[in-house]
Design a protein. Structure first.
Ligand SMILES: Nc1ncnc2c1ncn2[C@@H]1O[C@H](COP(=O)(O)OP(=O)(O)OP(=O)(O)O)[C@@H](O)[C@H]1O
Ligand SMILES: [Mg+2]
Length: 137
């Protein structure tokens, strides 16, 4: 599912590598935690998986990152987001709507989900998280 081969990344202008020679495979169903001190490269590592590196943050990139068989160089972050979900450090900056229902709708609309599927997708998401009672909060 996630295949990382000899990944090294240095931000433009930085003196040293933020990530160095990382090789890792994450299989379907694996639950992985990445730990390390501040500045160790956790966020950088995640940015290599969701495609913000190399598409948004520039620098020297060596090695390869493949998500479900696709090289992150070949797929833009918007497309990758269909497979890779990201929650940033400042969780509150994700909220864009006043109501839970609209918040879920935001993602579906951005992905261009057809209108006739939206209602059932919202219901599914609420059920999956067991938060149906929060729909109109
Ligand atoms: N946009 C950037 N431009 C240049 N250097 C950066 C940038 N973002 C991070 N770095 C540098 O890359 C290294 C790894 O930083 P990163 O933010 O990935 O660490 P982290 O493990 O997520 O830290 P924290 O626990 O504080 O969130 C650090 O040396 C940091 O200064
Ligand atoms: Mg971080």
């Amino acid at each position: 599912m996630i295949e990382i081969q000899e990944l090294t990344f240095k931000y433009s202008g930085a003196k040293k590598n933020a990530l160095e020679n990382i090789t890792l495979t994450v299989e379907k169903g694996d639950f992985v935690g990445i730990i390390g001190e501040s500045g160790a490269g956790k966020t950088t590592f995640c940015s290599c998986i969701n495609g913000l590196i190399p598409h948004h943050y520039k620098g020297d990139f060596y090695g390869s990152v493949k998500i479900a068989g696709n090289d992150t160089f070949d797929v833009n972050p918007g497309k990758l987001a269909l497979t890779v979900g990201s929650v940033f450090q400042d969780v509150e900056s994700h909220l864009v709507s006043f109501f839970v229902e609209d918040e879920i709708l935001f993602g579906l609309e951005n992905f261009g989900v057809p209108k006739d599927q939206i209602e059932s997708r919202i219901t599914e998401a609420l059920q999956a998280l067991e938060i149906e009672e929060l729909r109109h909060r």
